[in-house]
Design a protein around this ligand. Structure first.
Ligand code: PDD
Length: 277
């Protein structure tokens, strides 16, 4: 495969990644995961905008303009002749320099991006998934899509070890999001989710979900729901670039509603499919 690194396209085998790299040593960088359907980016502008927002938040100056970045990312698809469903992973770090917490002077950020095939998870989309709940032990700036994912990794691994797909995170009983997705609760025809504060990542799919809800005249209440609301929920679902809109049918071993994907969730899945098509 062909990898985009800095502004160059290189064969994967010719890559030689430095070991004194701030992404590796400090998690000092940011990333994006962009969904691709049949070789076309979905929610492209939203992802590129968020990439620049994250970079600005941690004071990384991306050498390319947004326009140049978009052009490079589009070329990554064409150079790989990608026509399948998949995703692009990209990251930008502060760069390579002798290890020191302080920002290095006049060092260029390191960036790479690559494609990966990923068929849609039909099973999860159709039947829904099981989740656990976990305390949200992350820092105060979760709106930055930073490379520091250890709490997310540990939460998701715990879910996996319990046969579950995701971990629903909460701060003092208030649900924030999942380890790698946003989460929503439906009660009496209204949708509840955490407001877009610094405590969660504002998902690009969430931006789309907000649009779908508006179009369908369904009220979105941006107010965190509580752990104790979960057992009385009519529906719960999550959203992300890799999981799209996925129904959550079990939480901590208890069924949500009748244990099947709910009506509003399914409506949003249809809206997603037409939007992404
Ligand atoms: N994760 N919240 C967190 C903590 C996330 O890591 C993600 C995405 C989301 C959803 O964002 P979006 O709708 O833009 O994909 C919410 C990606 C997919 C990942 O880390 O693999």
């Amino acid at each position: 495969p062909i990898i985009l690194t800095q502004s160059e396209f290189r064969n994967k085998d010719s890559l030689n990644y430095p070991f004194e790299e701030r992404g590796l040593q400090f998690g000092d960088g940011i990333y994006e995961v962009i969904r691709v359907y049949e070789g076309k980016y979905y929610l492209f502008e939203e992802h590129v905008d968020r990439l620049y927002r994250s970079a600005e938040a941690i004071k990384i100056e991306i050498p390319q303009s947004k326009k140049e970045m978009k052009e490079l990312l589009l070329q990554l698809i064409t150079k790989n002749e990608m026509t399948t469903d998949g995703k692009v992973y990209m990251q930008i770090t502060r760069g390579s320099a002798p290890r020191d917490h302080i920002f290095p002077q006049s060092v260029e950020p390191n960036m790479y991006a690559y494609i990966q095939d990923m068929p849609r998870n039909k099973e999860a989309l159709q039947h829904g998934v099981s989740t656990i709940t976990q305390p949200d032990i992350r820092w105060e700036n979760c709106y930055i899509k930073s490379l520091n994912l250890l709490p997310n990794v540990l939460a998701k691994q715990t879910a996996k070890e319990q046969g579950c797909y995701e971990a629903i995170l909460h701060r003092d009983g208030k649900v924030t999001e999942c380890s790698s997705s946003n989460v929503y609760l439906v009660k009496n025809g209204k949708v509840y989710t955490h407001p877009t504060t610094n405590n969660i990542l504002y998902g690009c799919v969430r931006m789309a979900v907000e649009r779908f809800l508006k179009d369908a005249d369904i009220e979105l209440i941006e107010d965190a729901f509580l752990l104790e609301d979960i057992s009385n929920a009519d529906e719960i679902f999550l959203s992300s670039s890799t999981s799209e809109v996925t129904p959550i049918v079990r939480v901590d071993d208890k069924a949500i509603g009748d244990g099947k994907p709910g009506t509003i969730t399914k409506q949003l899945q249809h809206a997603y499919e037409s939007d992404a098509a």
